[in-house]
Design a binder for this molecule. Structure first.
Ligand SMILES: [Zn+2]
Length: 371
């Protein structure tokens, strides 16, 4: 379409003058207030059908990461965490209840179907509502939808006994020994950088890598991964930056593509770190060095080194080793085959996962030797 072409040309020209690249202006804090509201419904859910409690796989129904349904009330009682209860309507089977842990927006949505419509029926959390900032219940079609908003990101355990739903919740670090946080840059209307012909955009490369990483992590039990998104949506930078701190991640990484407007032959990998992170021995520079080295070797793209990214919001506030990987140049001929193909994206995903695993291994080993 003519209008679209014109639009693409204008966007391309904008990139020529501004660039996306490592110093993404999207990574500054300033965008936040507006996009926060737009991302209210940005969701992270329905990824897996199992969860792990105390190192054992627990069979769950309608599960999402960080939550599990526990059949046995005795086992449930042993779980740590805060608790509230919800009185359920009569004759609701536990399989019919859906739990959606939208951890990125700190909302837990419990949906309970109703056989017969009763306009007086509502669900309400009862007990000491630690860190519950608000809750509301509304009837949608023939279901009751209870939305509980928390002040922090939690993981959840559920159990139903005698028509009462028990919900236990606690910080991720209570339930998981190894936690990583992965931020998938761009998404939704924020497309990031693009190729000169406008055919490939940064968010699509990130989405491709995301697909594989989500699968990789849900198929293993060793490390629990939080993602800033699992769909093609946009999330406010503040939420993206806060998630890793909120869940007490051991390491965190943000994935992007680089862009250079003036020379299509420019390609290669850069990793940004926070120069002001002076923790020892594990800090942002340590993680960036490791990521850069392993990634360049595995995906076979040229090594442009690690760079100071201390002005990037994602790195600035991180309380754990964090880095931002520019996976390659979307504008560079040399990098495009790796970035755009499914095979390349799979290789990128497995490499990122491997290097994060190695980083967590090292951190845990050090922790063990200090005990
Ligand atoms: Zn970017």
């Amino acid at each position: 379409m003519r209008g679209l072409n014109l639009c693409l040309i204008i966007i391309c020209m904008l990139f020529v003058f501004s660039g996306c690249g490592a110093k993404d202006s999207d990574l500054q804090m300033k965008d936040d207030k507006a996009s926060e509201d737009a991302s209210e419904d940005a969701g992270v859910y329905n990824l897996v059908d199992y969860s792990v409690v105390d190192g054992t796989v627990t069979t769950v129904s309608k599960a999402t990461p960080g939550q599990s349904y526990i059949e046995d009330y005795k086992t449930f009682k042993k779980c740590e965490g805060y608790m509230f209860t919800v009185d359920l309507p009569e004759n609701v089977s536990q399989d019919a209840i859906e739990y959606k842990d939208d951890y990125a927006t700190k909302k837990l949505v419990i949906t309970c179907p109703l056989e017969t419509f009763d306009s007086n029926l509502m669900l309400e959390p009862k007990g000491i509502l630690n860190y519950v900032s608000k809750f509301k219940c509304k009837q949608v079609d023939n279901s009751l939808k209870l939305t509980v908003t928390f002040a922090k990101t939690f993981c959840f355990h559920y159990c139903i006994k005698d028509n009462v739903l028990y919900v236990k919740y606690g910080s991720a670090s209570k339930y998981y020994d190894r936690i990583v946080c992965i931020d998938f840059g761009h998404g939704g209307e924020d497309i990031g950088a693009m190729t000169y012909d406008g055919v490939y955009v940064e968010k699509n490369v990130v989405n491709g890598v995301m697909k594989h990483l989500v699968k990789e992590y849900t198929e293993q039990q060793q490390t629990f991964a939080f993602f800033t998104r699992t769909k093609d949506n946009n999330m406010s930078l503040r939420r993206r930056a806060n998630l890793a701190n909120d869940v007490g991640a051991d390491v965190s990484i943000s994935l992007h593509c680089n862009f250079y407007a003036y020379d299509w032959s420019v390609g290669g990998v850069e990793t940004m770190y926070n120069l002001n992170d002076t923790n020892t021995p594990f800090n942002s520079e340590w993680l960036a060095t490791k990521v850069q080295e392993k990634y360049c070797a595995a995906v076979n793209l040229s090594d442009r080194g690690i760079l100071d990214g201390s002005d990037l919001a994602f790195l600035r506030g991180a309380k754990m080793p964090a880095c931002l990987l520019e996976m390659g140049f979307i504008s560079g001929w040399s990098d495009q085959e790796t970035l755009f193909g499914d095979e390349g994206q799979l290789k990128i995903a497995t490499t990122v996962k491997d290097v994060l695993e190695e980083a967590v291994d090292e951190i845990k080993r050090e922790g063990d030797s200090n005990e």
